[in-house]
Design a protein around this ligand. Sequence first.
Ligand SMILES: Nc1ncnc2c1ncn2[C@@H]1O[C@H](COP(=O)(O)OP(=O)(O)OP(=O)(O)O)[C@@H](O)[C@H]1O
Ligand code: SF4
Ligand SMILES: [Mg+2]
Length: 339
Amino acid sequence: MSAELKQEEKDILVSVRDLHVWFELRRWGFSHAGYVRAVDGVSFDLHAGEAVAVVGESGCGKSSLMRAILGLHKPTKGSILFNGEDLAEYDVAKMRWYHNTQVGYVQQDPFGALPPFMTIQRILEEPLIVGGVRSAEEREARVQKVMEEVRLIPARDFLPKYPHMLSGGQQQRVVIARAMIMGPKVLVADEPVSMLDASVRVEILKLLRGLQEKHNLAVIYITHDLSTVSYFSERIFVMYAGNLVEKSKVRSLLNNPGHPYTMALLTGTSEPDANNAKTFKELPPGEPPSLVNPPAGCRFHPRCSRVIAGVCDAQIPVDIEIEPRHQVACWLYNNARAD
Ligand SMILES: Nc1ncnc2c1ncn2[C@@H]1O[C@H](COP(=O)(O)OP(=O)(O)OP(=O)(O)O)[C@@H](O)[C@H]1O
Ligand code: SF4
Ligand SMILES: [Mg+2]
């Protein structure tokens, strides 16, 4: 094993193994009517200090995956290891510690994420109080420091205000400040700029990138905007119907996409939209499948132009490395299929 690979193994912060997050459906709220398989067998490692982007169409399970990593959804099956410890084995106090101090969450809608009847001061003090910081002086100093880090200065102009008194960009800075105040090791940013004016998106992404580099944060960045991925991330995961179908370094994926779904997404991004964001709202043709009764074999097969009859519709593809550290779950690259 090379020295680089050994170091990478040492740096693994979060290990997701065969993760399943299913939601039970109940008919009229009573009888069992199946499961929504939002995350269905996902595995990856996240290293300290790296930024990974997760892309995929609406409803493919991105937020469910992130909420499981944040400790907000219990895995139905599989595991999430943090520094080698299985989250499933945390008791209530340890889970609170994990959730409050080790992971931060930047939501898509900053206004919805902030309690409307609390001042910014109170919002930022809350995690410190929950985290047991008893000294009012220390809390004040930490609030000041984080306000400077997110460039809400002078802090005294913002701290007495309520969320509705701030602009969308300022609200998102408060959300980022709240996520950062306990010094987390992992930050999950779930479409952090998609609801903001185009004019402030770049500033917020620059802020997040700056914080990531300064604090050696591991960041998971969910986005529909592929034009920001190479600026923000070192690796990219493509998610389809509850599975990660391609995992790669960003450059390698953009230059040499392997999965037909990724290829279709990239084709669909050639024209920037009105806000100059390269998104994939319109492609590929067809609908994503039901997550209650997903198609057999490769879940993309009903939409795939390169489907191999009798294989893709029957056998679940496994990850194949098509170049170093570039994995694709597709039968096109796998000679082990049972033709
Ligand atoms: N708490 C829940 N209970 C039941 N079903 C849920 C729950 N949360 C999510 N789902 C379902 O799981 C699937 C995946 O949803 P999820 O929000 O993870 O997708 P997403 O990729 O984040 O979508 P978007 O891009 O629109 O945010 C969807 O079918 C959704 O309706
Ligand atoms: S496994 Fe088959 S159906 Fe799925 S993406 Fe590859 S070629 Fe298409
Ligand atoms: Mg989502």
